[in-house]
Design a protein around this ligand. Structure first.
Ligand code: CAA
Length: 254
């Protein structure tokens, strides 16, 4: 099941299925999709943290027992549901942070890399072991891993199924930092981000998501347009004025 906690403007969404190391079956993945949709649309939530219950796992992947009985059409629907969850994390108009405690394998690693930021506990183990099951990463791993770590590293990881420890994850750009306890670090960053202008964050996320695709000149043009338009917002006026007046800004999100 999915647990949700709210701490001011930060929502902590926890995958809680300890008997399967938080592996995602249909009910759990659908619940996760639904909770993420709610948080995407709720302006009171400014940052979303995704984590797994317990010390041992973030998410040990898609549920292999469930997948072992799927036919082609069912597998396509299962892949599409995972993609929907990944896209929600990647495109919701606020930052998403993965707090990776323990195993983040297969679909678990794929959901972590769909988030904007990733922090790992020193015990974390990440990877895409699908090749060992005779399948392929199906929730974004063939695409997003290359965007984070480069194509050469990504191919090595998905071809071999090799699991990497937290420190190596940091070295190859798979995680942003290694911290114990990792949820405290995720909370700290989330609290910091929730003090920023949600409009700036939303627009930066949207623009940064275009950085590795599409037309570079058109993307720069979009940045220029958005930069200019933002000057009509209360937050821009407040942020600029606060600097000039030597005080802390207070962003209302307008
Ligand atoms: N699906 C279903 N059940 C899982 C699971 C998974 N992905 N991962 C762990 N479990 C279950 C185990 O079957 C076990 O349950 P039982 O006691 O009922 O058998 C329980 O969780 C505890 O696991 P282990 O006893 O195996 O724990 P361990 O500490 O010995 O090993 C592990 C931990 C190395 C993570 C091992 O469980 C493992 O290899 N899990 C599978 C990881 C994996 O291959 N993930 C990718 C799945 S494919 C995918 O995600 C496709 C995609 O791209 C969408």
């Amino acid at each position: 099941m999915i647990q949700v906690e709210r701490e001011d403007a930060v929502a902590i969404v926890t995958v809680d299925r300890p008997e399967a190391l938080n592996a995602l079956d249909v009910a759990t993945l659908t619940g996760l999709r639904d909770r993420l949709r709610e948080h995407a649309d709720d302006d009171r939530v400014r940052v979303v943290i995704l984590t797994g219950a317990g010390e041992k796992a973030f998410v040990a992947g898609a549920d292999i027992k469930y997948m072992s009985g799927l036919d082609v059409d069912q597998a396509k629907r299962w892949g599409a549901l995972g993609h929907e969850v990944g896209r929600l994390l990647e495109t919701m108009p606020k930052p998403t942070i993965a707090a990776i405690n323990g195993f983040a394998l297969g679909g678990g690693c794929e959901l972590a890399i769909a988030c904007d930021l990733r922090y790992a506990a020193s015990s974390a183990k990440l990877g895409q072991p699908e090749v060992n099951l005779g399948i392929i990463p199906g929730w974004g791993g063939t695409q997003r891993l290359a965007r984070l770590c480069g194509l050469g590293v990504a191919k090595e990881l998905i071809f071999t199924g090799r699991i990497v420890a937290a420190e190596e994850g940091l070295r190859i750009g798979l995680v942003n930092g290694v911290h114990d306890p990792v949820l405290d670090k995720a909370r700290e960053v989330a609290t910091l981000l929730s003090s920023k202008s949600p409009i700036s964050l939303r627009l930066m996320k949207e623009l940064a998501n275009r950085a590795l695709g599409g037309d570079h000149a058109a993307n720069l043009e979009a940045e220029g347009r958005v930069f200019g338009e933002l000057f009509s917002s209360e937050d821009a006026k407040e942020g600029l004025a606060a600097f000039v007046e030597k005080r802390e800004p207070k962003f209302a999100g307008r």
